[in-house]
Design a protein around this ligand. Structure first.
Ligand SMILES: [Zn+2]
Length: 260
């Protein structure tokens, strides 16, 4: 009897020590997600991943010949130019009118280590009266790579998910404030939603809805290059302000960001 049980006891001990090691071991990606202050921004420029919604056979919302996929690409390109002029490195998930799946978009957001992700969209409402801008963040974002550590999410989520949620929510708030300031559009606020592209990115992420294609006043403004430039400028401004409050070693900048 004992001879039969002994191997099982051995196996149990082995599994227990393996588990203990995994729980005690430091989170694998921590140093990547939380850059330490002394090296902050010193070597590699911070990356902004811009995701123009829809594309190719997926037009998104439509009104006559105005298509969401064209507006999102135009605004993303404008924001890209402004961000590059400010010293950011940028990545566009698509730079032409082609179809891109949601997992491909999220993967582009996960390719960069020190980065944030902004998906750009325009709304369609059931009522033509619906108007204005709103910005989304995901309450439960993916925090680790799938595989060995994914089943340990129970142990890791408490320590990692909270700061990421705080960052994404504050990114959304800075974007929304800047959008309302620069476009004078109706403020529909920041909202939590589990949209695929933002919940599957493991960096601060937000989704901007820059106006209603189904609203006559909104769509008239959206067809002008000046207005789209204002949206792009607001996105850039929101990123600047968000980045400023994230610099804990620079109280001057932190105060400036908080005062906005
Ligand atoms: Zn859309």
């Amino acid at each position: 009897m004992l001879r039969r049980i002994l191997p099982w006891i051995g196996l149990l001990l082995l599994a227990t020590s393996f588990l203990t090691f995994l729980v005690i071991a430091p989170p694998v990606r921590q140093e990547v997600q939380e850059p330490r202050a002394p090296t902050h921004g010193a070597t590699k420029p911070f990356v902004v991943v811009l995701d123009p919604g829809h594309g190719g056979r997926d037009s998104g919302a439509m009104c006559g010949n105005v298509m969401e996929k064209d507006l999102t690409l135009d605004v993303a390109r404008r924001a890209e130019m402004l961000l590059r002029a400010s010293g950011y490195r940028t990545v566009l998930t698509r730079d032409s009118d082609h179809y891109l799946s949601l997992p491909e978009r999220a993967a582009a957001g996960n390719d960069e280590d020190d980065s944030l992700f902004i998906s750009i969209h325009f709304n369609d409402g059931e009522r033509a009266a619906a108007s204005g801008v709103e910005t989304y963040f995901a309450e439960r974002q993916r925090t680790a790579n799938p595989g060995l550590l994914s089943w340990l999410g129970f142990f890791r989520s408490a320590t990692e998910a909270q700061p990421l949620l705080t960052k994404s929510e504050s990114l959304a708030r800075f974007l929304q404030t800047a959008l309302v300031e620069h476009t004078q559009a109706v403020n529909r606020g920041t909202k939590a939603a589990q949209f695929y592209v933002i919940r599957n990115v493991r960096h601060p992420a937000a989704l901007v809805e820059g106006g209603f294609i189904t609203n006559p006043a909104d769509v008239t403004k959206l067809t002008t290059a000046e207005y789209r430039q204002q949206i792009a400028f607001a996105i850039t401004e929101g990123i600047h302000r968000y980045r400023e409050v994230l610099r804990p070693n620079d109280p001057k900048l932190a105060l400036a960001g908080a005062a906005e």
